[in-house]
Each structure stands twice: as structure tokens, then as C-alpha cells.
Design a protein around this ligand. Structure first.
Ligand SMILES: Nc1ncnc2c1ncn2[C@@H]1O[C@H](COP(=O)(O)OP(=O)(O)OP(=O)(O)O)[C@@H](O)[C@H]1O
Ligand SMILES: [Mg+2]
Length: 382
């Protein structure tokens, strides 16, 4: 069966004549006596080709042509025009007609043009399909490149993190020990001075200050040691949901005081993991301290816990100021801090602990967009 052709002409004789010629050639022909009627036919069924008369009452051929090309771009149109109207023909072609035939026409000429336009139509539609397919491939390719690049970047970040962690571990454990001994002596001598100055209230203040500052240094060293090496671990089955609740309880007063809203989304039946519960609580404590610090005048703290076949996933988000892009890769660095009295060890400790269990942590944040830490812990320790 050949393609369907719609013939639109207000002259019945022309309609009959053309239909006959076309049917003889095996085309499936539908006819319409006005532009309006032609459009109704097209609304009912798709038609690849329309033969459209230019001179028609009510809706002229040009208007009908514009409607057709606008609504049915895959329908091609050949116009019938009267002799002496070549200029109009140019306008018709500009408006989207594929060809025009001057009336009266020779049968063979009409058929040649129809075959020709139908051929062009097939090629153009096929090209469009190919272009759409290529476009789709391009998009898929771009998407895959983006995914792979992100994966690569993550992997590189992890390597860098691991290297930093190892170097930092060695250095800080050694340094902390070395510093702690002379620090002890300083503290001891300061205490002796302090007791010797029992009757000099003014001077007594100085050894007191020394002792206080020495304590501060000792606190930092303790954190440093904590961040760099795994202390003796006591493994047991740890319920993360329980740990999250406990951590939130610990900060309850501060949360209330700052007007922070807490939202938890804790999936039921998350399996226990073999871990040291003290270490796990440090993860939550350090992350929550940081989050609350960023929301002094209220905000939202959200903790999500879920699991799949291999991992436990924890997301901890705050609606605080967020981390500027240039700091994003530095927050896990030991001693990186933007706080006046921060030591910059909180996240190093978190990272060290998570790595210790074969897990991962990454951060997603933008200035003014809050911050989310994503943690992934393997269900089976590797
Ligand atoms: N939730 C957060 N929102 C915005 N910035 C954060 C957040 N958590 C961490 N940061 C940034 O990362 C830095 C490092 O955090 P980290 O916890 O390691 O150290 P710290 O909080 O500065 O000091 P501390 O040793 O007392 O924890 C912070 O100073 C801060 O700039
Ligand atoms: Mg911190």
C-alpha cells in the first residue's frame, strides 16, 4: 500500500480527477473541499502528504498551509497555484510548502513531484530520527563522563586523605610524646612556684595561668594522639540508632538553647556493627558539635540512618552557613580550622575512626546552603 495523500480543493472536478490519477498509482486518497475540512482530516489521522489548492474561499491556501506546518510538521505539502502566480509560489515555499504545481497540470508532472516530495520527506524524517538518536547518545555520553569524573575525583580525594592520615599519624604521635615530657616538667615547676608564692596573691596569678595554659596544651596533645592512632579498642555489637539518640541527648540542652530543630529519619532494624562504642560516639559528638556551632541562632539538624546489603549509610546535615568551596577539601585536614579557638582536629578524628572500620566519609556543602556529611560503614568489617 502506498502512502496516504490528502487533496484539498474547492473544485469538485479537480478533486475527482486528482483522486483518480493518484488511486491509479496506488495511493490511498482522502479529499476535502475546504482548508477547514482538510485540517479536520489531519486532526483525525496522520497524512504524509497534502495537495493543497491556493485559491479557495473561506480559508485560503496560505492560511491552511501555515496551520498544517505548525501543527503537523511531518506532513508535507504541495500547493496548486494558478498560472502567472509564481511570486505567490515563492511565498508559499517560504511558508513551508515543499513544492508547487501550476494549474492546469500534466498528470505525469504531478506524479513526479509527489514521488519526489515523498522521497525527500522520508530522507528528512529519517535524518531527524538519526539526529535525535545522536543527541541522545551525546547526552548519555556526557552523563557518563560526568559520573566517571566524579568517581575519579572521589577516588583521588580518598587516596590523598589516606596519605595525609598516615603521614599525620606518624608525625603527631611522635611529637605528642616528645612534647608531653617537658610539658610535665613545666607544669610541675609551675605548681612548686605556686605553692611558694602562697602569700603573694599578685604573683601567684602567673603560675596559675601557666598551669591553665599547660592544661590547654595537654588537651590539644590528647586530641592529637586520639586523632592519629587507634587506642585500645573494645569491640561489641553497636546499635547506631541508639548511638545517635544518645548523642542527641547529650546535646539536648544546647540544642534547646540555640533553638535548633532536630529531625531524625532512622530506618528500623539497622544491623549492629562490630565497633568500639566510644569511637562511634566520638563520630556523632564531633559532627554534632560542628553542626551546632554553625547554627548559633537556630536552624535544622537532620540525621538519617539506613542500610542496604553492604553498607550502613548515615547522613548528618545542618542548615548552617555551609563551607566555602575552597575549604571543602581541607576540612578533614588535621589542624584545619576556621574557628578562633578551634584545634581543627574534630573531623580528623572522625575520618580516622571511619577509615579504621573500612568506611568512607564525604562532605557536601556550599556557602549559605548548609552542610551534609555522608558516612558509609561496611556491614562486614574487611
Ligand atoms: N557543619 C559544618 N558547617 C560548616 N563548616 C564546618 C562544619 N564542620 C566543620 N566545618 C569546618 O571545618 C573545620 C574543621 O572542623 P574540625 O571539627 O576538624 O575542627 P574545628 O571544629 O575547627 O576544631 P575542633 O578540633 O574543636 O573540632 C571547621 O573549623 C569549619 O571551618
Ligand atoms: Mg570540630
Amino acid at each position: 500500500m502506498k502512502e496516504k495523500i490528502l487533496v484539498v480543493d474547492d473544485e469538485k472536478v479537480i478533486l475527482q480527477l486528482t483522486s483518480m490519477i493518484l488511486r491509479n498509482k496506488g495511493f490511498d486518497v482522502v479529499t476535502a473541499e475546504s482548508g477547514q475540512e482538510g485540517l479536520e482530516v489531519l486532526a483525525r489521522e496522520p497524512v504524509p502528504l497534502v495537495l493543497l489548492d491556493y485559491m479557495m474561499p473561506v480559508m485560503d491556501g496560505m492560511t491552511a498551509l501555515r496551520h498544517i506546518k505548525e501543527r503537523y510538521p511531518a506532513t508535507y505539502v504541495i500547493m496548486f497555484t494558478g498560472k502567472g502566480s509564481e511570486e505567490i509560489a515563492v511565498e508559499l515555499m517560504k511558508a513551508g510548502a515543499s513544492d508547487y504545481v501550476l494549474k492546469p497540470f500534466k498528470n505525469q508532472d504531478l506524479l513526479d513531484r509527489i514521488e519526489n516530495v515523498l522521497l525527500i520527506r522520508r530522507i528528512e524524517l529519517h535524518n531527524q530520527e538519526l539526529r535525535a538518536e545522536i543527541e541522545k547518545w551525546n547526552q548519555e555520553l556526557e552523563q557518563r563522563v560526568a559520573e566517571k569524573s566524579a568517581e575519579l575525583e572521589r577516588a583521588q580525594m580518598e587516596i590523598i586523605q589516606a596519605e595525609k592520615l598516615a603521614a599525620f599519624g606518624h608525625l603527631s604521635a611522635g611529637m605528642a610524646h616528645e612534647i608531653r615530657n617537658p610539658l610535665n616538667s613545666i607544669s610541675l615547676f609551675a605548681q612548686i612556684l605556686h605553692s611558694g608564692l602562697a602569700d603573694n596573691a599578685e604573683l601567684r596569678e602567673y603560675p596559675e595561668k601557666i598551669i591553665k595554659e599547660v592544661d590547654r596544651i595537654d588537651g590539644i596533645l590528647r586530641k592529637l594522639l586520639n586523632a592519629s592512632k587507634r587506642p585500645h579498642l573494645e569491640l561489641s555489637g553497636v546499635d547506631l540508632a541508639e548511638e545517635i539518640r544518645r548523642a542527641l541527648d547529650l546535646f539536648e540542652a544546647q540544642i534547646r538553647l540555640q533553638g535548633v530543630e532536630v529531625e531524625t529519619d532512622i530506618a528500623p532494624h539497622v544491623p549492629l556493627i562490630q565497633a568500639d562504642s566510644h569511637e562511634i560516639s566520638q563520630i556523632f559528638n564531633n559532627l554534632i558539635v560542628n553542626a551546632l556551632y554553625e547554627m548559633p541562632h537556630g536552624g535544622r539538624l537532620r540525621i538519617v540512618l539506613r542500610h542496604d546489603a553492604q553498607f550502613i549509610h548515615i547522613d548528618l546535615s545542618d542548615s548552617g552557613r555551609g563551607i566555602p568551596k575552597e575549604n571543602l577539601y581541607r576540612v578533614f585536614d588535621p589542624f584545619f580550622t576556621t574557628k578562633e579557638r578551634g584545634t581543627g582536629l574534630g573531623l580528623s578524628v572522625v575520618l580516622r575512626i571511619i577509615k579504621g572500620y573500612g568506611g568512607r566519609i564525604n562532605v557536601e556543602s556550599g556557602e549559605g546552603q548548609g552542610t551534609t556529611f555522608h558516612i558509609q560503614l561496611p556491614l562486614m568489617p574487611s
